[in-house]
Design a protein around this ligand. Structure first.
Ligand SMILES: [Zn+2]
Ligand SMILES: [Zn+2]
Length: 195
C-alpha cells in the first residue's frame, strides 16, 4: 500500500483526532516528508517494521503522525520526548539512519502573508500548510538515534518485580538501588502520590 493523498490522510486524521485542524495538516505533511527523505514508500505494508518515530510535543500535530507512519505508542514504534517542540524524528531501523524534522516558526507568518483575508489563523494555516513547499514548512536535520534493544518493538525478556510494591516491570525499566530491584515509582520517580 503506497502513500495516500493529502486529502485521504486528512480524512483519516480527522477521524483519529476528532477534528481537522492546521495541526493535522502540518503533522501529515511532516510525516510524509520524513518518509520521503528516508525513501520509505510503504509504511503500512512492506516498510511496516522498520520505522520508529519520536515526537517532541503533545499537541494536535502529534496525532497526525501515526496516521501516516503507522507508528503507534502501543506498538512501541512511537516515542514521546516532552521537549515542547513541534518536531519529530523518523528512524529507519533497517538502514540505521534518522531524520529530524522541525516545523519552522516562519510558517505561521507565511500563512498570514499568503491569506490575509481569511478570517482565522487556523484557516490561514490550514490552507498554507497544504500548499507551501516542504522546505518552507520544515527544517531538516540528519541525526543519529541510539535505540537500545529494550526500546525496540518486539523486544522480549522476562519481567522484573519491584521489591517494594510488588508490581511487574517490563522492558528493563527497573532500577537497582543498594542491591534492591525497584520500579521507577518506588525509586523516587513517581508522578503520583498514593492517597
Ligand atoms: Zn487539532
Ligand atoms: Zn515499586
Amino acid at each position: 500500500m503506497p502513500l495516500k493523498s493529502l486529502a485521504e490522510y486528512e480524512q483519516l486524521a480527522e477521524q483519529a483526532h476528532g477534528h481537522l485542524c492546521a495541526g493535522q495538516i502540518l503533522g501529515i505533511r511532516m510525516a510524509v516528508y520524513g518518509l520521503k527523505l528516508l525513501g520509505l514508500a510503504d509504511p503500512a505494508g512492506a516498510d511496516r517494521k522498520r520505522l520508529v518515530t519520536f515526537v517532541e510535543i503533545d499537541r494536535c500535530v502529534t496525532d497526525a503522525i501515526p496516521v501516516v507512519t503507522g507508528c503507534r505508542l502501543g506498538k512501541r514504534a512511537l516515542k514521546f520526548r516532552d521537549f515542547g517542540k513541534v518536531a519529530a524524528t523518523f528512524c529507519d531501523l533497517e538502514r540505521d539512519r534518522a531524520v529530524r524534522i522541525l516545523a519552522r516558526e516562519s510558517a505561521r507568518a507565511r500563512a498570514r502573508e499568503l491569506y490575509p483575508r481569511m478570517s482565522t489563523g487556523n484557516q490561514q494555516q490550514m490552507r498554507a500548510y497544504r500548499e507551501l513547499a516542504d522546505e518552507d514548512l520544515f527544517a531538516v536535520q540528519w541525526v543519529r538515534v541510539a535505540l537500545a534493544p529494550e526500546d525496540l518493538p518486539g523486544y522480549k525478556a522476562p519481567r522484573a518485580v519491584c521489591a517494594q510494591c510488588g508490581e511487574a516491570i517490563s522492558f528493563r525499566r527497573e532500577v537497582v538501588r543498594e542491591g534492591r530491584t525497584l520500579c521507577r515509582a518506588c525509586a523516587g520517580q513517581a508522578y503520583y502520590t498514593p492517597l
